[in-house]
Design a protein around this ligand. Sequence first.
Ligand code: C5P
Length: 220
Amino acid sequence: MIITIDGPAAAGKGTLAQRLAEKYRLAYFDTGMIYRAVGLELLNSGQSPDDAAAATEAAAELTFAKMLRLSRQPEFRSAAGGQAASKVAALPEVRKILLKMQQDFALNPKSPEGENMDGVVYDGRDTGTVVCPGADIKFFITASPEVRAMRRHKEYLQKGMASDYNDVLAQTKERDQRDSSRASAPLKPAEDAVIIDTSDMDIAEVFAEACRIIDAKCFN
Ligand code: C5P
């Protein structure tokens, strides 16, 4: 079974995807990690995430092992890391190179412990539209920019990182704008996606709603 979960930053995709993966014995692929890894490679080597040639080279050299190693750096999940990821993700050549790595994951899905799994939950921006257009179930998870910025702001504070709500809100809107307006694989719901607005829902409610939809479609 392939489930795709797309939507803007901090809408609750990651938490939902991990819970669904656990419940239905599926592997989990956080596709934002590949763009964060490429962006961070450039920042680490003093190059600009707007440098298309450098980004293309970093994408071509990306492996899962390198991505996991980079993900242990504190900057990986920082606001600067998110901005760098969204800049490299706007480059069509980078997206083209990273597409196969994402699609191949579904051929032999494994848990982080190496166990064979029954499918994949993909989490990203274009997983229902481009990466897996034939997915069994597609969700588009969204929430207002203010609610998402507040969630991210609290997350940064909890991790002991400095954060200012107004800055986070401005960055959230800037990233939404870049992700939605890029020519290559813009952020938008697939035509057959189920849209869930989580602005007034907690994670338990979102999870229950998603399970109801999956069970009705796949296990009835
Ligand atoms: O989900 P996350 O915030 O980690 O993603 C970082 C950035 O990577 C996003 O802002 C987006 O620009 C890019 N991305 C993408 N396509 C995906 C996943 C992430 O363009 N499937």
